[in-house]
Design a protein around this ligand. Structure first.
Ligand code: BV8
Ligand code: ZN
Length: 239
């Protein structure tokens, strides 16, 4: 793995930098990825894009909760890794720094990132299926029903077949098209619209850098591919 002189120079002088992260940035914290390494996550025989889908919320909300309760419980013990910390340090290094994540684990915030655009929601929140009231489950136990209207709660995450939070993608897209340097870290770049952000950055003239131990559909369009683990590659930029 080699960082080009051009990229080092850009990193030293850039004003507007955008980082898009996926499950791979949390892999070294012990969070299992969904794809990659020849595996696909499965829960009780269901592929994750079945259990994590809009249809499943309609069909079997208790099963969806079981899967998300299990994942929250698992995440409780996990800590940010050097990749999360490097990204958190970058926020004070550039005039305009944007962090966009597809992850729902909250580890960027735990590492100190202040403004995180969460495209797919957050596993530590629930929201009412009827009135939309949100509940924080990081400190407190998950309520059985909505305190406002009594209706059922669901995880406040974006499942397959659901719209992203209003404005989140649009804001990220504006930042992507203004960026000079765009890092794509630990994502298989298969899930849209998130995977469209590097394409937007590239089309607007940004230098796009992928950090991933494996190749993705995006690799061939990137200006530079840094083949390696996020926690090992990202800290190298500060040397
Ligand atoms: C939408 C959250 C409008 C909850 C997630 C064709 C058919 C059917 C559907 C579609 C279609 N084309 C487009 C769609 C739409 C669909 C989509 O993109 N499907 C794809 C898969 C075909 N998208 C949607 O439905 C989105 N909404 O489009 O709204 C709409 C609405 C209604 C009707 C029509 C349109 C919503 C998508 C949200 C999905 N939510 N989950 C949960 O977690 O349960 S997706 C899930 O994948 C994750 O949460 C994550 O956010 C997302 C992306 O995954 P990655 O982060 O990339 O992770 P992955 O495991 O794939 O890859 C890990 C990578 O890390 C690998 O490359 C690996 O090599 C690398 N890695 C490993 N270790 C390391 C590393 N990298 C660095 N360092 C390491 N150490
Ligand atoms: Zn309610």
């Amino acid at each position: 793995m080699h960082i080009s002189a051009e990229l080092r120079e850009l990193f030293a002088g850039a004003n507007r930098v955008l980082v898009l992260t996926g499950a791979g940035v949390s892999a070294e914290s012990g969070v299992p990825t969904f794809r990659g390494g020849g595996n696909t996550a499965v829960w009780k025989g269901m592929p994750f894009d079945v259990i994590s889908s809009a249809e499943m919320v309609e069909r079997d909300l208790p099963a969806v909760w079981e899967w998300f309760d299990y994942r929250r419980h698992f995440l409780e013990e996990l800590k940010p890794n050097p990749a999360h910390y490097a990204i958190a340090r970058w926020q004070d290094r550039f005039a305009e720094f944007t962090l966009v994540t597809q992850n729902i684990d909250g580890l960027h915030q735990k590492a100190g990132s202040r403004e995180v655009i969460e495209l797919h929601g957050n596993i530590w929140r629930a929201r009412c299926t009827a009135c939309g009231t949100a509940y924080n489950m990081a400190q407190e136990k998950r309520p059985d029903a909505c305190f406002e209207c009594g209706d059922l709660l669901r995880p406040d995450v974006v499942l397959f077949g659901e719209m992203l939070p209003r404005g989140a993608f649009e804001f990220a897209a504006v930042r992507a098209s203004a960026s000079e340097l765009c890092f794509v870290v630990g994502t298989s770049a298969l899930v849209y619209p998130a995977a469209g952000l590097p394409e937007i950055a590239k089309a607007a003239g940004a230098y796009v850098v992928e950090v991933n131990p494996e190749r993705t559909p995006l690799s061939s369009q990137c200006d530079e591919v840094l083949t390696g683990k996020a926690g090992e590659v990202l800290p190298l930029f500060e040397r």
